[in-house]
Design a protein around this ligand. Structure first.
Ligand code: AMP
Length: 280
């Protein structure tokens, strides 16, 4: 695996790609890598000639300074995991590489997609996400980009951005990889102790319960029952939303195909999110 950190290393990457006409798959990450990230890389490896994973903890998408400071950093382990999983290039830019002095934010109105759920509880988060992903696309120029369904709203917003700006990139959503008790793998899980990891299993249990309830209830009733289940748990619920998969608008009385149920909750100090497609 080669590591790209400088402009000249990026130039050599461009030369290799264009001289051999290779297709490029990009998996953007913030590091502290785990099997979930690797599942994205595996997909890229099967679909593209060259796989690039980027690691960049993007300050612009953190609305909470303490959250940014506590974000886990495990670069040595990340590098060895990427090598074991046949990653071709690790893009490891610093802040000035992504945000040079003349950097200008892109102009894209995502207000109807980011005024709810993560966007509501983390103001400015998606503006940061859209800008960093746009910049990564600009620098790496992939044909395909891999994102997890786990961050469903993020995936919807990136897909919207690519469509609106007519970028020649295929955005691929990948299934969520889970622990044995259903807890979605996440870099933030490193901050949970074993007891908390067990207790956080309630998120997936509640999502599965939602799917069963959906067969006989409206979205609004399903949401209410799911919320009640959470009031008895160790976790503090931030939101449960049942939404349209494209517009992300909350569903009330009528189900639509591929509706998503999304949860955000605190387990101790750690904020966890997860979601599931309702297959009714
Ligand atoms: P992050 O490093 O948390 O920003 O995640 C980088 C990418 O990996 C995002 O597209 C996430 O949605 C995806 N991802 C994170 N956790 C998982 C998981 N458990 N399963 C599949 N993809 C994941």
């Amino acid at each position: 695996m080669q590591i790209i950190q400088t402009k000249s290393e990026l130039e050599s990457f461009y030369q290799l790609i264009s001289s051999k006409r290779l297709s490029v798959g990009l998996t953007p990450t913030m590091g502290a890598l785990h099997k979930g990230h690797m599942s994205l890389l595996h997909k890229s490896n099967t679909e593209c000639d060259v796989s690039v994973v980027s690691i960049f903890v993007n300050p612009m998408q953190f609305n909470n300074q303490a959250d940014l400071e506590k974000y886990p950093k495990t670069l040595e382990e990340d590098i060895s995991l990427l090598e074991k999983n046949d990653c071709d290039f690790l893009f490891l830019p610093d802040k000035t590489f992504i945000y040079p002095e003349n950097f200008e934010k892109i102009k894209l109105d995502i207000s109807n997609l980011d005024d709810k759920m993560e966007g509501e509880f983390r103001p400015g988060h998606f503006e940061g996400v859209v800008n960093v992903v746009f910049r990564l696309f600009e620098l790496i120029q992939p044909q395909k980009a891999y994102f997890g369904d786990k961050d469903f709203q993020q995936l919807a917003i990136i897909s919207f951005m690519v469509e609106k700006l007519k970028l020649p990139i295929n955005v691929i959503g990948c299934e969520t990889t889970r622990e044995e008790n259903g807890l979605a793998m996440s870099s933030r899980n490193l901050r949970l102790n074993n007891e908390q990891k067990k207790k956080a299993g309630i998120i997936h249990e509640t999502l599965k319960q939602g799917e069963i309830l959906a067969k006989k209830m409206t979205p609004a009733q399903t949401k209410k029952h799911m919320q009640e289940r959470f009031t008895r748990s160790y976790l503090d619920l931030e939101y449960i939303e049942i939404i349209h998969p494209k517009t992300l608008e909350p569903l009330d009385q009528i189900w639509v195909s591929k509706a998503r149920v999304c949860i955000a909750a605190f387990c101790g100090e750690v904020r966890l999110i997860d979601n599931m497609q309702i297959r009714s």
